[in-house]
Design a protein around this ligand. Sequence first.
Ligand code: AMP
Length: 313
Amino acid sequence: MSTLTVVGSIAFDAVETQTGKRDRLLGGSAVHFSLASSFFADTRVVGPVGDDFGEEEFAVLHARGVHTADVERVPGGRTFYWAGRYERDVNIRTTLQTDLNVFEHFEPKLSEDSLNAEVLFLGNIQPSLQIAVREQCAGARFTALDSMNLWIDIAHSDLLRAISMVDCVLLNDGEVKQLTDEPNLVRAARAVLDLGPSVVVAKQGEYGAAMFTRAGFFGLPAYPTENVIDPTGAGDSFAGGFVGYLAAHADQGEFSEATLRRALAYGSAVASFNVEAFGTERMQTLTPDEITTRVSELTHITRFEDAPIPLRA
Ligand code: AMP
């Protein structure tokens, strides 16, 4: 199995949606990402937690085979905390609180195993930390990065530097536009490619995702799930499916267009499961067969083939 290291937030999330409210869910960009990528690659998580992070939380990661030796427990510290609320239109999210806690003084120190991973994912966290990890993983064959509006606002130049150091950037489409101050998504994605990466993925929530390379573009709708309970982590589990699938196909020395397209389908499929329950609950029961079924539905439109629409006489 190919190897993948992810650095990002490991969190307790408080989430309010139209269907319910939870005060303390296991979350964070690295957690959602690694549960998703664990279906495709041998995944190691790097990040700090506080004393409040216990065996129960580790067990969720271990059950999916995720390695946690580089999860650093900070004595006397509290785990990163995020609280957010979703409107009836789940594409609209308000951040109610962000407490960096143990992330404030975190200095990533990667073990040999994490440093030697073939693929590196820099999940959403301070860009200065993303840079520190990228510099340590000099030998990675493919590197990707995610970020968010907060860092575009308060750490813009660090984020541009981090982006210039990776092969692939995944952002929400609004963030791609905000980052580049360019209202047209195609031009905005080109501007990100001009910073150095060779792949830009613009995530579009329930509408899917668009992928840009210097050679062209490709778009895929989201898997049409009726059952959106908690959208938190959709972006990270999308990234986990996408980058994880690429990691599993990194032995060819290059990514073909077909591989990149398929990776997008895997990302969409995994993300569609993640939103079907609060926090990481759905990822804990997910099976590889379920993922494969949704990927083939996304790429072959099987339901239409099974039931053609008759024309009127
Ligand atoms: P997503 O819904 O994929 O955009 O990601 C949601 C996850 O991002 C949650 O589990 C949060 O814990 C985490 N998160 C939210 N804000 C931040 C932040 N400023 N830095 C790092 N992680 C964050």
